[in-house]
Design a protein around this ligand. Structure first.
Ligand SMILES: *[C@@H]1O[C@H](CO)[C@@H](O)[C@H](O)[C@H]1NC(C)=O
Ligand SMILES: *[C@@H]1O[C@H](CO)[C@@H](O)[C@H](O)[C@H]1NC(C)=O
Length: 254
């Protein structure tokens, strides 16, 4: 059903992009077009747009708005510091062709960034959007003319999470605001999530934000730091080449 809506979009895109070539240099902020040099694949625009129009935050975007939004995100070169402090990566695919994405959430020092001011907070948001776009690209890579993949499999590792992070009020407000504004992306794009190395504090955080997560909360499994327990769970849910060896996966993990 969803698939049907994608192909007319591709045709419209052809028209819009054809007209848009001249305007491109104005729409794309030249200061941020130093990231990925190649252009996003055409199908990625259609794929991303199909999510955006279903979300609260982007539902009034025209095709052209979303193309320029996607272009600037795609080409944005995130500051080195964010890349180091907010590690995440694509680990492979599960048996339903859902891309597996891993975030080392326990290492994310959000207060450290938020304290630096609104411009840095803006970059953190941009960094998050870019991560979401990359997830979209990994979904789109598995689409075929007869099958569309629309959900990801997420793993968040909370090892090392500093309890004091949850006490910094501007950070808490920033995170809650993000969640309120964009949580429908979770409803649209999250297939399953596994939280590992949770402690009382991180578990408590999730219990507090449960109402804001809505139905997505049902898709999340929580594990404490019992390594044997969550490794066994991951092995049941995922092929071993989609699990990094340091999480109990196989050595043919790429
Ligand atoms: C969408 O609507 C909001 C107000 O509801 C407005 O602030 C925003 O600029 C609009 N965005 C686009 C891309 O038209
Ligand atoms: C935000 O990111 C841009 C692009 O990497 C960078 O040039 C700018 O210095 C960053 N701003 C802050 C406040 O870190």
């Amino acid at each position: 059903m969803v698939l049907v809506s994608i192909f007319p979009l591709l045709i419209i895109l052809d028209i819009v992009l054809g007209q848009q070539k001249k305007a491109d240099s104005i729409l794309v902020n030249p200061q941020v077009s130093t990231g990925n040099d190649k252009e996003p694949p055409m199908a990625l625009y259609a794929k991303a747009y199909s999510y955006m129009i279903r979300s609260k935050a982007f539902k009034n975007y025209t095709m052209e708005d979303s193309i320029s939004f996607i272009n600037q995100l795609y080409h944005w070169k995130a500051p080195q510091e964010l890349q180091e402090k907010f590690p995440y990566y694509h680990a492979g695919y599960d048996q339903y062709d859902r891309p597996v994405w891993i975030g080392e959430a326990g290492k994310f020092d959000l207060p450290g960034q938020i304290r630096k001011g609104p411009e840095t907070a803006h970059n953190v948001t941009q960094y998050l959007f870019q991560a979401v776009l990359r997830m979209g690209e990994s979904l789109q890579a598995k689409d075929t003319p007869t099958k569309e993949v629309r959900e990801i499999f997420g793993i968040l590792d909370w090892e090392g999470f500093q309890f004091t992070q949850s006490l910094h009020i501007p950070t808490v407000n920033f995170a809650l605001n993000l969640l309120h504004t964009y949580h429908d992306f979770l409803d649209l794009g999250l297939g399953h999530a596994v939280m590992i190395n949770m402690n009382q504090v991180t578990k408590g955080l999730f219990e507090r934000i449960q109402p804001a997560l809505g139905d997505s909360f049902q898709k999340i499994e929580f594990f404490k730091s019992d390594k044997a327990e969550w490794m066994a769970a991951l092995q049941k849910l995922l092929p071993s080449n989609a699990i990094p060896p340091w999480y109990g996966g196989s050595s043919d993990f790429k």
